[in-house]
Design a binder for this molecule. Structure first.
Ligand code: FAD
Length: 584
């Protein structure tokens, strides 16, 4: 009998950050309080595909493209997600005279927060750090629902007028830089046609994963399964969980979010994981942050809470990295306290890796543990032998019955929205570039990208990068330069993978990413405090970022040599089935 497979292979996979939640607030007061306080006021709608139980706001009318769409802009931003909209706002503030446009491949803004609609979708980060620095988060929840985050992003776009610059259904496919003209020619798919635009600066804010395809390992026997198989990426609008036996395959942030959310909707859920992740209960509110806002107002309160939480995240990360044994013990102790007796902490919550070497999942007010306590959910740690007509046969021979199988099995990484770049006709080989301050590539002129942190809130990095770009543009204005390009003078520079993070989705894509060098500015800092030094305080004219006048030749930059620093010893093979996968 064939199964109804929805989402498999067609949607994106599970989240990278999904398995890499940026860590959250008020760690000193880990507790389960069971409260679920109010929502943010809704401003702009959530778009189609609203999932029951997910408080997405109602859709706005289909967004329209600006009436007068210029064919040349000073800065062209690819993507109208959190990063693209933030980049546009920073540019608008720093360089009000510069023209800009955002090209968005989809029909709606918000990126990740518009796309993912599974029950319970929420941030892992606290919103004081995940929100922009220019727009205070005023919601009561510190770990917020997806719909509220989407509303916040769209509110940021509409109240600043950035939304007027978004051109929807414009998918950028390639871009060519001409040194003589000091501009990019960008090719775009729109309404079945190819358009060409030009810009002086290209900013790629296209996220980090494929929107058209997720990561799904092949499960033997999937076609025999009589029930429904759903990928969280393409959650069916009309899905009714009530009374169903559901198996969620995975152990990352999406799995730990889905299990209690589906249980709350009346299903009995089994979380089936190949190997455990670290899971920490956290309060979903931030009482100290609330007090800061009350005492100092929204803006100052936001700034103070942000600083407080940046410091907490830094301390937690540093503690885990420096004292992995103690961190492991500490997390185990918390898990043990919140788990019911029938769930063995040393079987199901005892990861093979050290805390923060891979995933560390937050569960707001311990909802996952509460679902276990109420026996609405169960957990099995085992491999998958095959799907059967009635459920899943595990490697150890146990059959788990299922009406529905949810494959929370990972994403496929895609950098720069799949754009093909060339400079004066020479194709840019991305793996031969070195990442400059984590936002430009060696030898690629007037091009920047938005890649946030994997161990902390994405937006913290994006805010820093966008402000730094403003300083680069100011330097160009003041010196009368047309081009800025990071140049690698050392043909034998020691290179390392861009990310030392050992998650499967990162390892699968390492050979397609830029590399990093041994030290600044070629080093990708995964630390806000470190980046503050290099992006906020450091001189823009550092001798590595070269400024060129129009008509002058482009300085030669050596390609990054093959990776010379050894990969981490315990890194899984790049073919690993993914951070959330429980492959056979
Ligand atoms: C379920 C989930 C939960 C997450 N939770 C957190 C969290 O709590 N904290 C955290 O820090 N991070 C989290 N992340 C990571 C999250 O993706 C980022 O934090 C952030 O939303 C990324 O924003 P972005 O704008 O850079 O990318 P995206 O949100 O991916 O937006 C990119 C946009 O670019 C568009 N685009 C891509 N390619 C092209 C192209 N070629 N042409 C035109 N347009 C293009 C896309 O359509 C999309 O709209 C989460 C991710 C997921 C999937």
């Amino acid at each position: 009998m064939s199964s109804a497979i929805r989402g498999l292979g067609a949607g994106q996979g599970e989240t990278g950050v999904d398995t890499v939640p940026a860590y959250a607030p008020a760690l000193g007061i880990v507790h389960i309080d069971g409260r679920d306080r109010g929502q943010l006021p809704r401003v702009i709608g959530g778009g189609p595909g609203q999932t029951a139980g997910t408080p997405m706001s109602s859709p706005t009318a289909a967004p329209t493209s600006p009436a007068t769409a210029a064919s040349h802009v000073d800065v062209l931003i690819v993507g109208a997600g959190l990063s693209g909209i933030g980049a546009a706002r920073h540019l608008q503030k720093g360089h009000p005279g510069r023209s800009f446009a955002l090209l968005e491949g989809r029909a709606a803004s918000g990126g990740t927060w518009d796309l993912f609609r599974y029950p319970g979708i929420r941030s892992d980060s606290d919103l004081s750090t995940f929100a922009y620095d220019f727009k205070p988060w005023t919601g009561e929840k510190a770990i917020a629902d997806g719909g509220d985050i989407l509303a916040y992003i769209r509110e940021a776009a509409s109240e600043t007028g950035v939304d007027q610059h978004i051109r929807y259904d414009h998918r950028v496919t390639s871009a060519s830089f001409s040194t003589a003209d000091a501009r990019w020619t960008v090719r775009v798919q729109h309404a079945g046609e190819e358009l060409e635009l030009t810009c002086s600066w290209l900013f790629c804010a296209s996220g980090y994963y494929r929107y058209d395809e997720g990561f799904s390992p092949t499960f033997q026997g999937a076609e025999d399964f009589a029930g429904e198989i759903i990928h969280p990426q393409l959650w069916p609008e009309d899905f009714d969980a009530e009374g169903k036996e559901i198996v969620v395959v995975g152990s990352g942030a999406t799995a730990v979010t889905l299990v209690p959310a589906l249980a709350k909707q009346g299903a009995h859920v089994t979380m089936l994981q190949r190997s455990p992740s670290y899971v920490l209960p956290l309060p979903s509110t931030d009482p100290i942050g609330d007090r800061f806002r009350k005492w100092f107002g929204d803006s100052r309160g936001h700034r103070l809470t942000r600083q407080k939480n940046i410091e907490q995240q830094r301390l937690l990360y540093a503690f885990c990295q420096k004292f992995p044994g103690q961190a492991r013990k500490w997390i185990r102790g918390i898990n043990k306290k919140f788990l019911p007796d029938h769930i063995d902490v040393d079987v199901h919550f005892n990861p093979k890796y050290d805390p923060w070497d891979q995933r560390l999942c937050a569960v707001p007010h311990g909802d996952l543990f509460r679902a276990f306590q109420k026996r609405q959910a169960d957990i099995v740690t085992d491999g998958i032998e095959r799907f059967t007509e009635k459920g899943i046969l595990t490697a150890s021979g146990k059959e788990i019955p299922a009406d529905v199988i949810v494959t929370a099995t990972g994403l496929n990484m895609l950098l720069f929205g799949g754009l093909e770049l060339d400079v004066d006709g020479e194709p840019v080989q991305i793996p031969e570039t070195l990442a400059y301050k984590g936002f430009m590539g060696s030898g690629v002129p007037n091009f920047s990208f938005a890649i946030g942190y994997t161990n902390s809130s994405w937006t913290l990095k994006i805010d820093l990068v966008c402000k730094y770009l403003n300083r680069v543009l100011t330097q160009m204005d003041e010196g009368g330069y047309a081009i800025a390009v990071p140049v690698n003078d050392d043909a034998h520079v020691e290179t390392r993978p861009l990310m030392d993070f050992k998650a499967g989705y990162v390892l699968r894509a390492l050979d397609k990413m830029p590399k990093q060098g041994p030290s600044a500015p070629w080093h990708l800092a995964m630390s806000y405090r470190e980046d503050e030094k290099h992006l906020r305080k450091a001189k823009v004219d550092d001798g590595v970022l070269r400024f060129v006048r129009k008509g002058a030749p482009l300085p030669t930059s050596h390609p990054a040599p093959a990776i010379s620093a050894a990969p981490p010893e315990d890194a899984p093979a790049p073919t690993d089935a993914g951070t959330e996968a429980v492959a056979a």
